[in-house]
Design a protein around this ligand. Structure first.
Ligand code: GTP
Ligand code: PEP
Length: 262
């Protein structure tokens, strides 16, 4: 179960855009208000977001479905030269928990992890996400396209955030999601990969993740976001990346898990 110390975010309701109350919300963009600390919720298939309820309480309605693909920890982060398979799996889980915790706090956004629900049970324990099955047969882009098709709705934008972003700050993600209405992406710090792809409502996601994905997304017509968005660009694939992330500042899970490992 996630605790109140998860990125210092209070927990939220699974029905989105919850109620106005008194709990401060540390990483919210200015003026976005506060939240309750409701119960976490997970299910295999998402129900339609309850927008009516959001309208009744007069706060932000659902605008974005955010897909976060997470691999089974046993095969993840093979390029990370830290520890054995088990330790790498623990680090990957910590990166994912920090990224998901920050993402789940963006107003108007529902987080859907794409992956194997049973294998990820511990990683996702207590987080406010739904889980969509990985139907990609080993192909990340296929898994993302299938998940997007499951959620498709004319008024819903769909975005993909990779899970290896232990530094992610809610404000950076909120800023990127609200920067325009076109199909757009955020390149990683190296400029070659992609950490976020956003497809506006009514468009096709057309994900092109993998080696050289920044160029591939640009060629597909997506617009690169040029704002700083530092915490959204620091993906961790290698030990050097992890060191850079630790220097920048990681979330609580990664800080704890990485401690003494480098
Ligand atoms: N569900 C799902 N997630 C994936 C798949 N491939 C990659 N991911 C996730 O996508 C994100 C980016 O992937 P990579 O950086 O290549 O991560 P990785 O495959 O664990 O790392 P390497 O083994 O070093 O390539 C990470 O959050 C992965 O967990 C896939 O086939 N299915
Ligand atoms: C899948 C990607 O991530 P990475 O480069 O971290 O493997 C990507 O950037 O498209």
């Amino acid at each position: 179960m996630a605790t109140a110390s998860d990125h210092a975010h209070p927990r939220r309701s699974c029905s989105l855009r919850t109620l106005t109350t008194t709990t401060p919300f540390p990483h919210s963009p200015p003026g976005r208000g506060t939240r309750t600390a409701p119960r976490p919720c997970r299910s295999r298939l998402p129900t339609r977001p309850r927008r009516t309820a959001a309208r009744i309480v007069g706060v932000t309605a659902l605008e974005y479905a955010l897909l976060i693909p997470v691999k089974d920890g046993r095969t993840a982060k093979s390029r990370l030269g830290v520890g054995d398979d088990g330790e790498r799996a623990q680090l990957m889980a910590a990166f994912a928990r920090d990224a998901i915790s920050a993402a789940a706090a963006v107003p108007g956004t529902a987080v859907h992890v794409v992956g194997d629900e049973a294998a990820l049970a511990e990683v996702l324990d207590g987080l406010e996400v739904t889980v969509l099955p990985d139907e990609g047969e080993g192909q990340l882009n296929r898994a993302l396209s299938r998940a997007a098709e499951r959620l498709a709705r004319p008024d819903l934008a769909i975005a993909v955030l990779l899970a290896d972003l232990p530094c992610l700050r809610t404000a950076d993600l909120a800023s990127a999601l609200s920067d325009g209405h076109d199909r757009r992406f955020v390149a990683d710090a190296a400029g070659t990969g992609t950490t976020l792809l956003v497809a506006p409502a009514g468009s096709t996601l057309d994900p092109r993740f993998g080696p050289g994905s920044a160029a591939a997304h640009r060629q597909s017509g997506a617009r690169p976001l040029d704002a700083e968005l530092a915490s959204l660009r620091l993906d961790v694939d290698t030990t050097d990346d992890l060191e850079a992330a630790l220097r920048f500042g990681v979330g609580v899970h990664t800080a704890k898990t990485a401690s003494g490992r480098l």
